[in-house]
Design a protein around this ligand. Structure first.
Ligand code: ADP
Ligand code: MG
Ligand code: ZN
Length: 438
């Protein structure tokens, strides 16, 4: 690659508070009759006054803390002015120069730290619905979403590939779900993202003088496609000696491309000024400390603990901590097992058999594992010897497995079963083969 991709991300996360950001209307707008969750405040009627949602602000700070941010003790809201039909007041209440959280980071699995520039609080807009009424094309506006609390998380331009961006997004989604502050569902629009992409010339260490923002990306898979398309498009322009236009482009799903939408506005176009109807916010260190103490154990820390406390492998610990419920289920099962099973045996069973945690209570799971083990009329050591012999006699098993050919495992299982000549638990055989091979 001739040029080095420089990518920064802006992510919006809708909080799942009961009420909206600045009024008492229900924030649970999904699938509701249009314009039934509204009041003078979120309809932007003259004279209506905003009243900030404390829980939303606490949750915004919690997200910042989970992203290793500093929480300045002084913060305020600002008006971001622009005109669009889904924005009733003609401005959005947001935060400009004094956001709730600054200077954090999120660590990717390869150890790379993505710097978080800021995490701030704002309000969502209404929703435009384009449809046809009595043969006429119309645009309708639903204000149920207007004023729903929204947290924006902005990174420094630290990503170099779409893959890094995708992992960051998955980790961020996992974090806010662990914190239980957002459903972070892409399909429902609870989580929205905009990558900014530019290319750095060789031997340059300055940020490119332009950047391209891509909108309309509604899945993690598309973000990689959009980025790859932009990298190719921008390199072709740079190759001709020109500089790509600084603009906002829209992702087009059907051919994984992007098209120009508008030239990018500058911060000065928004005429930001302090929100006069909401006093600035001053925190005490004690208040921030209290919020910190509310923080649950986060996924990375939990995975690490699982490795140490339960002697699990990195991969297994990552799988079991994917959701908090899954991790809690595993630990509950470990407690139930007393000393009858090792945590590793339990982990293997849950993962290999893709146990549905909603179908099988932890205590029942333990009973099931013990029962399965009982039907093994074969001693583990004896089985291990057979597995070793089969792998030794068929060198291709190891070679193919190393090449990533998963179906060679099926062949190995067949060979072992043939030698055992009794009906034994296939999963146990699979486990021992995997143990031998990894
Ligand atoms: P704007 O004021 O246009 O919103 P910001 O400086 O606030 O621009 O940055 C918005 C996002 O763009 C951030 O995530 C930032 O990391 C990213 N960004 C900034 N400069 C570049 C660049 N040259 N290339 C790619 N992304 C960039
Ligand atoms: Mg911006
Ligand atoms: Zn309202």
């Amino acid at each position: 690659m001739k040029y080095k991709p420089v990518i920064g991300l802006e992510v919006h996360v809708e909080l799942k508070t009961n009420s909206k950001m600045f009024c008492a209307c229900s924030a649970d707008y999904f699938g509701q009759e249009p314009n039934t969750h509204t009041c003078p405040v979120c309809l932007g009627l003259p004279g209506a006054l905003p009243y900030p949602n404390k829980r939303a602000i606490d949750w915004c700070v919690l997200i910042g803390l989970a992203l290793n941010c500093e929480i300045p003790l002084f913060s305020k809201f600002d008006r971001k002015n622009y005109f669009y039909p889904d924005l009733v007041k003609g401005y959005q209440i947001s935060q400009y120069d004094k956001p709730f959280c600054i200077n954090g980071f999120l660590t990717l699995s390869n150890g790379k730290k993505i710097r978080i520039r800021r995490v701030h609080m704002e309000e969502d807009t209404g929703k435009l619905i384009h449809s046809t009424l009595e043969g006429e094309k119309v645009s309708l506006i639903d204000f149920n979403r207007s004023g729903v609390p929204l947290v924006e998380i902005v990174t420094e331009p630290d990503f170099e590939t779409g893959t890094e961006v995708k992992e960051y997004l998955q980790k961020l989604q996992q974090l806010v779900r662990y914190l239980n502050v957002s459903n972070a569902d892409m399909e429902r629009g609870n989580m929205r993202l905009e990558p900014n992409i530019s290319l750095q010339k060789p031997n340059s260490n300055k940020l490119p003088v332009y950047k391209v923002e891509v909108k309309n990306i509604n899945s993690f898979a598309f973000v990689e496609k959009a980025i790859n398309f932009e990298i190719k498009r921008q390199s072709e322009i740079l190759d001709t000696g020109k500089i790509p236009l600084q603009e906002t482009r829209g992702f087009v799903e059907k051919n994984s491309s992007t098209v120009s939408q508008r030239t990018k506005e500058e911060a000065s176009d928004y005429r930001y000024f302090p929100e006069p109807d909401i006093p600035p916010i001053r925190w005490t260190k004690l208040q921030i400390g209290k919020l910190k103490s509310l923080m649950p154990e986060l996924p990375d820390a939990k995975a690490k603990r699982f490795q140490q406390q339960y002697r699990l492998l990195y991969n297994d610990s990552t799988i079991l901590t994917e959701t908090k419920n899954y991790a809690d289920y595993f630990e509950e099962a470990v407690r139930n097992a007393k000393d009858k099973l090792t945590p590793k045996q339990i982990a293997n069973f849950i993962i290999n058999r893709k146990v549905n945690i909603d179908d099988l209570q932890p205590a029942k799971l333990i009973a099931k594992i013990l029962d399965t083990n009982k039907t093994n009329v074969i001693d583990t050591e004896e089985l291990k010897t057979i597995v070793k012999a089969v792998i030794k006699a068929n060198p291709n098993i190891k070679i193919d497995f190393t090449k990533g050919k998963q179906n060679v495992i099926q062949f190995a299982i067949g060979q072992v079963m043939y030698k055992v000549k009794r009906k034994i638990d296939v999963e146990k055989v699979r486990e021992l083969i995997m143990e031998e091979l990894t």
